[in-house]
Design a protein around this ligand. Structure first.
Ligand SMILES: CC(=O)N[C@H]1[C@@H](OP(=O)(O)OP(=O)(O)OC[C@H]2O[C@@H](n3ccc(=O)[nH]c3=O)[C@H](O)[C@@H]2O)O[C@H](CO)[C@@H](O)[C@@H]1O
Ligand SMILES: C=C(OP(=O)(O)O)C(=O)O
Length: 417
């Protein structure tokens, strides 16, 4: 187990560069399984989840060479294998191999994926969409078996704009016979990135970024090089870090358009935010005003920023109402914030956060990835020292977060126990 010892009370100042997007890299790596050849992905973040996806590809027979932020994947001659349950359980995004495997081999058997405990996260939309494409699905003893003679282009309507289901279905449709239309598709920037990557390989995908995506099946794909987009959630986390510590930070390598909901809420809270090309400067020198947040699919306020924003609101002037509409169990950080002196009342899917004058250091636990990041922010803004356990969760989605913040003036020590 690893923990952070965080000394609070330091303003962050300086420049921090955002790494490549986790949620874009993972589906792009999975999509490489559609190819019988080589591709190179640039801007790959050094994260635990990316390492797990790499292991998964290697387990399936691919060669994966990962140097700094460049990954060379060779899927020539990869034959079918059932995916090991141990690997599937290590993260939620392992489910993204289902679409490519069924598309390439017309057969896939996977166990249900694992991942952070933020909700039940079923796969019914993924499976219903595949069934529409002619795939027979059997679910037994925690395993999903998908089988088809051939995949046929179809009209699919998603009951909810699920990110993973949209990605799995795009990947399943790329080599299918005919045209697939996905309606009520998720519109996240990571889906646009997947479309752009697939089209570089020779796929015909159109409409990502809107709620209707059209995929015309092709016979095969060719190799390519691709650079993933910057991570908008990492960027948003740094922006809140600057604001909560009353600092002044330039966040570089960002696509500001992807951050509009976060930028708007920060400004509403009284934070100075200056946007220029691929950089955002965030400065704050007073107590924030309380603002309300409701998480929504993109372009709404991202659920992956809810815990970090809640950390900020614990110190606001007034009362903030935060509604989590995406994941039913994404409030585990509330208990941890309370240990630090926050005043938060939970009413179903709503958290009522009454700003307090200050937070104090405490022994807390990173219950999941974003909860962990949010606790780092709270601890940096708090008084005294905080001991944050289970920081392995944070390593799933941030490249050495402590190094980035220490370079800005924070005091965070990683301890291995
Ligand atoms: C690797 C990756 O990109 N992860 C992101 C992705 O997760 P993920 O793709 O798992 O999230 P989804 O968009 O699928 O989930 C949204 C909601 O739909 C529900 N649902 C989903 C699929 C399904 O078949 N049935 C069903 O009921 C989920 O339980 C959840 O309540 O989008 C989430 C929502 O923006 C983000 O928090 C995650 O960081
Ligand atoms: C919930 C997240 O990721 P995943 O879907 O991989 O669990 C996240 O990135 O905040």
């Amino acid at each position: 187990m690893q923990r952070f010892m965080i000394t609070g009370g330091n303003r962050l100042s300086g420049t921090v560069k955002v790494s490549g997007s986790k949620n874009a890299t993972l589906p792009i790596m999975a999509a490489s399984l559609l190819l019988d050849g080589k591709c190179t992905i640039r801007g790959v973040p050094r994260l635990r989840d990316v390492a797990v996806m790499r292991e998964l590809l290697i387990y399936l027979g691919a060669s994966v060479v990962w140097e700094k932020d460049v990954m060379h994947i060779d899927t020539q001659g990869v034959g079918y294998q059932d995916v090991s349950e141990e690997l599937m359980r290590r993260m939620r995004a392992s489910n993204l191999v289902l679409g490519p495997l069924i598309s390439r081999y017309k057969y896939a058997r996977i166990s249900y994926p694992g991942g952070c405990d933020i909700g039940s996260r079923p796969m019914n939309f993924h499976l219903k969409g595949l069934q529409t494409m002619g795939v027979s699905i059997k679910e037994k003893f925690g395993y999903i078996t998908a089988e088809a003679k051939k995949l046929k282009g179809s009209e699919i309507y998603l009951d909810m704009p699920s990110v993973g289901a949209t990605e799995n279905l795009i990947m399943a449709a790329v080599l299918a016979k005919g045209t697939t239309v996905i309606r009520n598709a998720a519109r996240e920037p990571e889906i646009v990135d997947l479309q752009n990557f697939l089209n570089c390989l020779g796929a015909q995908v159109k409409g990502a970024g809107t709620d209707t995506i059209k995929i015309t099946g092709v016979n095969g794909l060719n190799g390519a090089e691709y650079t993933v987009i910057p991570d908008r959630i990492e960027a948003g986390t740094h922006m809140v870090a600057a604001a909560i510590t009353r600092g002044d930070v330039l966040v570089t390598n960002v696509i500001p358009e992807h951050l509009e909901p976060v930028i708007n809420k920060l400004r509403e809270a009284g934070v100075y935010v200056e946007v220029k090309d691929d950089q955002v400067r965030v400065a704050m020198d007073k107590k924030p005003l309380a603002v309300d947040i409701k998480t929504m699919p993109y372009p709404g306020f991202p659920t992956d920023m809810q815990p970090q924003f809640m950390a900020f609101m614990t110190l606001a002037e007034g009362t903030s109402v935060i509604s989590e509409t995406i994941f039913e169990n994404r409030y585990k950080h509330v208990m941890e914030f309370r240990r630090m002196g926050a005043d938060i009342r939970l009413e179903g899917h709503t958290a009522v956060v009454r700003g307090v004058p200050g937070l104090s250091g405490a022994c807390v636990e990173a219950t999941d990835l974003r909860a962990g990041a949010a606790l780092v922010l709270a601890a940096m803004a708090g008084e005294n020292g905080t001991v944050l356990d289970q920081v392995e969760h944070i390593d799933r989605g941030y490249e050495r977060l402590e190094n980035k913040y220490n370079a800005l003036g924070a005091r965070i020590i990683r301890v291995h126990s």
